[in-house]
Design a protein around this ligand. Structure first.
Ligand SMILES: Cc1ncc(COP(=O)(O)O)c(C=O)c1O
Length: 398
């Protein structure tokens, strides 16, 4: 028997992958991915950027770079984040290979086997897997329509037991729940965690993809609020606002945490892709990032609204959902105890895929929810696919 490390054994093979392997038809409709639409990538701008690079810049792009990131990108990204109000000057910014690497590095920095880590349920599967790989004991706190359940968080914190190493949460257009944290919930979190020596990992990769300008003030990050007595580790990414193929994210963290993270990153990959960093730097400096996010915001809004309309028209009334105001996802609540894997199986037979609830459950059990993504599907395809999802739900739930 091959003797793998404990942390790797803790990684569960997913039933969903087996089900997905049934989805072989080339014209299957997919509501499963969390990726930008292929046709939305700013290919002309990337061509332009590459054509306009000097020979020296192209050499830099092909070379190893500093572990924390190329100085030019650190400068332009700092300005971009400062404009959003993030306290860049009081913290350290580090480029990472996707924001998933930032989450991974932070997990490595904090977690010894058996350590308690607080996570929302449901939660982003990538982060859960990262925490599991360091053998964290995941303790889940339910998520509500306006953010983490504060009373449940209070109870968890007051329960005797080892002090959690950190709390991981995603405040804006949550994956998979689609919700935004209210300002009240964020303030209550600060009250609860102040001087507790429990850092926050604030994962914010979707906040630029809002449908409604009026929501922007409500979406202020806890990192931006800069609360005293809490170490807030902020993570972000170019994946949803430029392209995940660049594999470029970042962390903005207090100096003492940064120092450890830089050492950890050195041993992981020495540096993030210089090529991507050169492109991303020009994308910001040329102002393309503002133009591009403005465009994709409109397109995702069209898709999101088309999906809401189709869901309202076709779903049985025992299925409920929070209407998204941005991001990529809608989270459907089925009758309590429903096994959404049965629904997925039927939907796949009919040519549609989505992701089942338990994928996002830290305990891998609760399966009476479904995540449907609208990001990578045109509106006419959404209109075709949602009735099929509704039919599969009716066949299982009645
Ligand atoms: C909530 C959340 N955080 C982080 C990531 C990771 O993004 P990346 O590693 O591509 O930056 C994703 C990707 O889907 C996500 O949904």
């Amino acid at each position: 028997m091959t003797r793998f490390a404990h942390g790797v054994s803790a990684l569960r093979s997913s039933e969903i992958r087996d089900l997905m392997s049934l989805a072989t038809s080339p014209d299957i409709i997919s509501f499963s991915g969390g990726m930008p639409g292929n046709e939305l990538f700013p290919l002309d701008k990337i061509d332009n950027i590459y054509q306009s690079l000097t020979e020296k810049e192209k050499q830099v792009a092909m070379q190893y770079g500093p572990t924390n990131g190329l100085p030019t990108l650190l400068e332009s990204l700092s300005q971009y984040l400062e404009k959003k109000g993030l306290p860049v000057g009081k913290n350290r910014l580090m480029m990472t290979t996707g924001s998933l690497q930032a989450i991974n590095i932070l997990a490595k920095a904090f977690v010894d086997p058996g350590d308690t880590v607080l996570v929302e349920t449901p939660s982003f599967i990538g982060a859960l897997s990262a925490f599991r790989s360091y053998e964290a004991n995941l303790v889940s706190v339910p998520l509500q329509g306006d953010g983490i359940d504060i009373e449940a968080l209070r109870t968890t914190l007051n329960t005797a037991g080892p002090k959690p190493k950190f709390l991981y949460f995603a405040p804006n257009f949550h994956n998979p729940a689609g919700i935004i944290y209210s300002e009240e919930v964020k303030h209550q979190m600060i009250e609860l965690l102040k001087d507790q020596d429990i850092p926050l990992i604030e994962d914010d990769v979707y906040s630029d993809l809002y449908f409604y300008e009026e929501d922007v003030p409500k979406m202020t990050n806890i990192k931006t609020m800069d609360p005293e007595g809490i170490d807030v580790c902020f993570t972000g990414s170019f994946s949803k606002i430029l392209g995940p193929g660049l594999r470029l994210g970042w962390m903005l963290v207090p100096e003492h945490i940064y120092k450890k993270c830089e050492l950890i990153k050195q041993s992981m990959d020495a540096c993030s892709p210089s090529f991507s960093q050169v492109i991303a730097d020009k994308f910001i400096r040329n102002g393309y990032i503002y133009e591009y996010t403005e465009n994709v915001r409109q397109e995702y809004k069209k898709r999101g609204l088309a999906m809401i309309e189709a869901l309202e028209k076709y779903l049985p009334d025992y299925v409920s959902f929070e209407k998204p105001r941005g991001g990529f996802y809608i989270w459907l609540h089925l009758p309590k105890g429903t096994d959404s894997s049965l629904i997925l199986k039927k939907a796949i037979e009919k040519g549609v895929v989505f992701v089942t609830g338990k994928t996002f459950d830290p305990d891998g059990v609760k399966n009476d929810c479904i995540r449907v993504s609208f990001c990578n599907t045109a509106t006419d395809v959404i209109q075709k696919g949602i009735p099929v999802v509704a039919e599969a739900i009716r066949e299982v739930c009645g």
